[in-house]
Design a protein around this ligand. Structure first.
Ligand code: ADP
Ligand code: TRP
Length: 325
């Protein structure tokens, strides 16, 4: 079973990324699946037009993934742009992709609604994502709920390609979405996302974490009154980081009263800080040694290219397009 997932280097890692995506990546890696994880820097180009910013974010993400436990001796960890076969496959998929399918993409419609100019890169984003997945013959794609549509489109395109050339050349992948943590709320209660400016970052100091937690929006129930944990943004985040016993204890305190939102926020910050303490130390070491990080990505790129090239040979063969070198 081959697992693949990608993440755009377009912002700093936050709890939504961790609980919605990365935690699954690590679990699959630990279960012994053959994992391919990559940084989608071509996708990030649809929104980032600053060389330094893209480089910094790429390094941050790579160091972050490695610090959190992506192990390059078990998983192929690489940069999207190190595998030119991906853009090659994207073209083949474009030729079987109805324009109407892309017009339905939520991500595209959302970007337009936010005022982004429609360029072909933004429009074609799901096809490039499909190529990312298909070029490695991926079976399982672990992602957050918001990526479900993109994976459905990927399946559509693989099936359309196979039908067009009458052969099962491309593997049709399946999404893997953990429903229980499908959407991690941000400090304002909306989906946590870098574009909403409502994140709690993973790699920051304990003090900064306390500050971000202190900003979580709650209602104005006084300290001494009982509170409903189900309606509280702090509690929703506590659910992710507290043990079942700790959570039961906190829930009891909410319902009894005499326990304020300030207390809950402080406990949440302490738990987040404890959870990521060792990862933060590893991150500091890696971010101060960028050459090691780039080397790891380069090595991963070599392995990824080999697999991608084998797929492309099948694609070129079945379509009658050949490369002679
Ligand atoms: P952002 O929303 O901050 O731009 P990305 O789109 O880069 O995050 O997401 C990277 C990965 O993390 C994706 O697989 C996405 O589904 C997951 N993810 C991001 N935010 C959340 C969230 N709030 N809850 C669950 N998963 C999330
Ligand atoms: N679109 C994904 C996101 O924003 C990133 C991505 C690009 C991806 N290619 C992928 C995810 C392939 C899974 C598989 O999160």
């Amino acid at each position: 079973m081959r697992v693949l997932s990608g993440i755009q280097p377009s912002g700093r890692l936050h709890l939504g990324n961790y609980f919605g995506a990365i935690q699954q990546f690590l679990k699959l890696q630990d279960e012994g699946a053959e994992c391919f994880y990559f940084l989608a820097n071509y996708h990030a180009l649809t929104t980032i037009r600053d060389k330094q910013q893209l480089e910094d974010l790429t390094l941050h993400l790579a160091a972050g993934y490695l610090a959190l436990g992506v192990d390059p001796t078990h998983s192929v960890f690489f940069l999207q742009s190190d595998v030119p076969q991906v853009t090659e496959l994207c073209w083949f998929l474009n030729t079987v992709c109805p324009v109407s399918l892309m017009e339905k993409a939520h991500s595209y419609k959302d970007k337009l609604a936010k005022g982004f100019k429609a360029n072909m890169g933004l429009f074609d984003y799901p096809v490039l994502q499909a190529a990312d997945i298909i070029v490695y013959d991926s079976n399982i794609v672990p992602v957050g709920q918001d990526q479900k549509q993109h994976i459905e489109m990927t399946r559509d395109l693989a099936i359309k390609f196979n039908q067009a050339w009458g052969q099962d050349v491309l593997v049709v992948p399946e999404p893997r979405i953990v429903e229980s943590v499908a959407v991690v709320p941000g400090i304002d209660g909306q989906k946590m996302s870098k574009s909403y400016n409502n994140t709690i970052e993973i790699f920051q100091t304990a003090k900064q974490t306390k500050k971000q937690c202190a900003k979580i929006i709650t209602d104005s129930t006084p300290m001494e009154d009982p509170k409903d944990p189900e309606k509280c943004n702090v509690f929703a985040l506590l659910r992710l980081v507290a043990s079942p016993e700790e959570l039961a204890e906190i829930e009891e305190k909410y319902r009894t009263g005499g326990y304020g939102y300030g207390h809950a926020k402080a406990q949440l910050a302490d738990m987040i800080n404890e959870l990521f303490d060792a990862d933060r130390q590893r991150y500091e070491t890696l971010i101060n040694d960028p050459d090691t990080v780039w080397d790891i990505l380069r090595e991963g790129g070599k392995k990824a290219r080999e697999v991608a090239e084998a797929t492309m040979q099948r694609v070129r063969e079945v379509t009658g397009t050949y490369r002679t070198h």
